[in-house]
Ligand binder design. Sequence first.
Ligand SMILES: [Cu+2]
Length: 221
Amino acid sequence: MSDTGARRPSTPIVVVAVLASIVVGLGVSVALVAGIARGVRAGAESLTSSVTPLPTHGPTVTESMQILTGEVQAKRHIITPYGAGFGPMYTNASWSVKAGDTVVLRIRSYDDGPAPLTGAQTMFDRVEGTVGGIETVDGKPVRQIANDQVAHTFTVVGLGLNLPIPAAPTGKYVTVVARFVPQKTGVFIWQCYAPCGSGPNFMGGPMAVEAWMEGKVQVVR
Ligand SMILES: [Cu+2]
């Protein structure tokens, strides 16, 4: 009886504290996603508005990336500091191209698990910033991937570039190819914006580690 009486006052405080932290957490996530969304939109707008057509395109260069699941990492004996099964990993996470070159970016993904986009993140289902506004998925040109089929994104906010990567057929891979012509020089962070990681909102684990779900694109003169 006295036990119950002693516990009772603390319960609402705990409940309030938990609720408050959830609300604050949600607020932070919404602000973060909205900021990212604005950044992508701003990037896309500045890309289209500031582009003066190049008289001739530079050479065409190819960059290849792969998204390896824990299973494929183990099969290929890829040792990581995070151990097997840490999560999906982009390889060749950072690369360098020249401004004005036509970059053919080929991303082969072995990940068959979708990480559906919801809320403000759904905008990352659209292809942005590529030649013709398209990417090809196993050779088929598309402008968008259905939210519930998106497994990852390759998003360079600073270049206004967004490529949604669909889930691969189980035991196989899917190949996404897109062309883009970087006009701005600098070092641009790319990031996956599909909630494919672990922890709160699935934005932890590999999502927060460089060379897994984020890296750098350098554009030089
Ligand atoms: Cu991802």
